[in-house]
Design a protein around this ligand. Sequence first.
Ligand SMILES: *[C@@H]1O[C@H](CO)[C@@H](O)[C@H](O)[C@H]1NC(C)=O
Ligand SMILES: *[C@@H]1O[C@H](CO)[C@@H](O)[C@H](O)[C@H]1NC(C)=O
Ligand SMILES: *[C@@H]1O[C@H](CO)[C@@H](O)[C@H](O)[C@H]1NC(C)=O
Ligand SMILES: *[C@@H]1O[C@H](CO)[C@@H](O)[C@H](O)[C@H]1NC(C)=O
Ligand SMILES: *[C@@H]1O[C@H](CO)[C@@H](O)[C@H](O)[C@H]1NC(C)=O
Ligand SMILES: *[C@@H]1O[C@H](CO)[C@@H](O)[C@H](O)[C@H]1NC(C)=O
Ligand SMILES: *[C@@H]1O[C@H](CO)[C@@H](O)[C@H](O)[C@H]1NC(C)=O
Length: 249
Amino acid sequence: MKNYLAPLFVFCVALLVYAKQKQGDNFTSNNGTVGSKDDHFDFMVFTQQWPEAFRMQTGPEVSIPKNVTGWTIHGVWPSQTKKEAPNFCNNTWHFNESVIHDLMPQLSLYWPNLLKTNNLWDHEWTKHGTCAAPLPALHGEHNYFATGLRLNAKYNITEMLATNNITPSADKAYAYKDVEGAIRKNVNNMSFVMQCYYDKKAKKQYISQVMLCLDKQFGLLECDKYLSEGDLCWTTETIQYPPFQYGYN
Ligand SMILES: *[C@@H]1O[C@H](CO)[C@@H](O)[C@H](O)[C@H]1NC(C)=O
Ligand SMILES: *[C@@H]1O[C@H](CO)[C@@H](O)[C@H](O)[C@H]1NC(C)=O
Ligand SMILES: *[C@@H]1O[C@H](CO)[C@@H](O)[C@H](O)[C@H]1NC(C)=O
Ligand SMILES: *[C@@H]1O[C@H](CO)[C@@H](O)[C@H](O)[C@H]1NC(C)=O
Ligand SMILES: *[C@@H]1O[C@H](CO)[C@@H](O)[C@H](O)[C@H]1NC(C)=O
Ligand SMILES: *[C@@H]1O[C@H](CO)[C@@H](O)[C@H](O)[C@H]1NC(C)=O
Ligand SMILES: *[C@@H]1O[C@H](CO)[C@@H](O)[C@H](O)[C@H]1NC(C)=O
């Protein structure tokens, strides 16, 4: 699960510190296959999220800015087949917000930081962006974030759903096959991952993330051959697409 839940993030940081201490120079000098850490990647996961489901799942530390109205980017993740790797590939390449200054208006709308307690851009860059460097289109902060924005415009989940009459609603429930079908026909019928947040009390599932799998030329791949993910939506139950409750800015 790649949700950037705060506790998981803290855990990852702890793990990173531990791994760094344990591996000494191997970790810092890693540039591909050095030492025991294998940073190659086979494909990319492009993950978009439905902010309201993230808010419901995560709690009051999430605040959705009023100018955010649709699906937003979680990240572009260079990945190894059926593994949650590589991560944190270059710990000397620090996130520097000035480098992406010109992208800020777009990032604020389509790749917003929803957590008050974390900097999503810093996190995505450090954990995933640094691993994407071998690919020219993703090399460096500016390319990494600009490409994420391009992918979000190309694979516009908000629009895919809306053109199939699937719009946010507090009470409507949508059939799994309608939601899945609306996306699938826009991704060349390729398999993809659809995650839901399941509210045990309400016994309802809320669509939370969509992951597309891309090759290194950014062509679509069959996700089920490359990715094993949890939190999948139940195919047998209806899906909620909850409207945003905006936080205070
Ligand atoms: C790199 O890692 C290997 C195996 O974990 C270890 O034996 C070696 O001493 C490490 N090298 C450095 C420079 O830390
Ligand atoms: C990684 O770095 C080592 C030593 O600096 C270098 O010999 C090697 O060619 C590099 N490998 C890649 C894939 O860049
Ligand atoms: C690692 O980061 C440095 C900047 O700190 C950069 O110059 C270098 O090219 C990066 N190495 C790789 C393999 O991406
Ligand atoms: C951050 O990026 C800006 C613009 O490219 C550059 O002028 C500045 O030196 C960078 N800061 C650091 C700490 O690298
Ligand atoms: C959207 O709202 C946020 C938070 O209020 C603000 O920082 C950002 O500049 C706004 N974006 C645009 C494009 O107006
Ligand atoms: C995605 O589609 C929605 C609805 O048509 C639109 O408002 C939004 O601007 C689009 N996003 C991008 C990045 O173009
Ligand atoms: C997707 O599959 C359906 C049913 O198998 C088929 O009717 C449709 O033409 C396909 N669409 C694309 C874009 O391949």
